[in-house]
Design a protein around this ligand. Structure first.
Ligand SMILES: Cc1cc2nc3c(=O)[nH]c(=O)nc-3n(C[C@H](O)[C@H](O)[C@H](O)COP(=O)(O)OP(=O)(O)OC[C@H]3O[C@@H](n4cnc5c(N)ncnc54)[C@H](O)[C@@H]3O)c2cc1C
Length: 285
């Protein structure tokens, strides 16, 4: 299907983009890689009068290092993140999760910022953002910026802390240098969205788990962080028996969907299996 007619604007700075959003209000829609927005426009689930393309704004592109943080521009493509040595070294679980997203064509167009703002609970970027305790930088209508912790960013299904007239500009990630990492994604066929996914990153010391972070994909209306499991893992040896016991309650309090890929109880069972596998792999066991 062909989208309804719209005007097109390609600002060259965040300032210009924010001004355009203020001028056009809810008649405007921001375009990043278009991998979620364009299908929506083609199905006419949304028909904005104007599309504001962020693709010509250099300040939203690329990965940089600021002291003990990595800073990823919202318009950085999945492919650019995968090519980044800095992300592989300091935020490995993000690289590993992105490696499982869709196919190379989509990874060359889709952006990390677009995926985070789209906030599909089956998307693979939210769980690593939680596990890495990322912070999301949002530029507002008055030109001011605010920073929101990943845990406060995802508010509901397809809903984030980015409000009307605002843009996500950067993702700030504390460096997790030396942490082991793994993303365990369960799908029926390749290139599918996660039925369930688990992002795990682990710091080991003297053969035991010293710190662990676990994020869950598609176990509720938003990505979730499994804090009680993280606490239970601390001090445990990275053995199958110890990790199995520590992650047994990972699905407690979650509310995963039921659909043609599996019902809610099946997903809860999957989450315990995948979390064990992800933690053991992250710990190098
Ligand atoms: C066939 C197919 C398979 C896929 N499989 C997977 C998969 O396995 N795993 C997975 O995680 N994802 C998958 N995706 C989704 C893909 O990851 C998308 O790229 C991503 O969801 C959106 O990123 P985008 O840059 O294309 O954003 P767009 O589609 O351009 O935008 C998405 C939404 O975010 C808003 N937006 C974008 N950037 C900003 C910003 N900086 N500030 C404010 N608002 C913004 C837009 O207005 C829009 O509402 C798949 C997509 C397709 C088409």
């Amino acid at each position: 299907m062909i989208p309804a007619q719209f005007d097109y604007l390609a600002p060259t700075s965040v300032h210009e983009a924010i001004a355009a959003l203020a001028e056009h209000g809810d008649d405007a829609k921001v375009l990043a890689g278009g991998q979620s927005l364009l299908p929506i426009l083609r199905m006419r689930l949304n028909a904005p009068g104007i599309v504001i393309d962020l693709g010509k704004i250099p300040e939203l592109q690329g990965v940089s290092e600021e002291g003990d943080h990595l800073v990823i521009g919202a318009m950085t493509t999945y492919a650019a993140v995968l090519a980044s040595e800095a992300v592989a070294t300091h935020a490995a679980v993000l690289s590993k999760a992105i490696h499982t997203v869709a196919d190379p064509q989509i990874r060359h167009r889709g952006t990390v910022g677009g995926a985070l703002v789209h906030a599909d609970p089956a998307g693979d970027v939210g769980a690593p953002a939680l596990a890495l305790e990322a912070e999301l930088v949002i530029a507002g209508a008055d030109g001011a910026t605010r920073t929101v912790a990943a845990e406060d960013f995802f508010e509901d299904l397809f809903t984030t802390a980015v409000g009307e007239g605002e843009l996500l500009t950067h993702i700030r990630i504390p460096k997790h240098t030396g942490w082991g990492a793994h993303y365990e994604k369960f799908v029926r066929v390749s290139h599918q969205w996660s039925i369930v996914g688990v992002a795990a990153t682990v710091r080991s010391e003297g053969g035991s788990i010293a710190e662990a972070r676990v994020g869950l994909t598609n176990m509720g209306s938003t990505p979730l962080r499994a804090r009680s499991v993280e606490e239970a893992l601390v001090g445990q040896p990275a053995t199958d028996e110890a990790v199995r016991a520590a992650v047994a309650s990972v699905a407690d309090g979650t509310n995963p969907p039921s659909d043609l890929n599996g019902d809610s109880d099946y997903r809860k069972h999957l989450a315990t299996v995948l979390t064990r596998r992800a933690v053991l792999a992250a710990a190098g066991a």
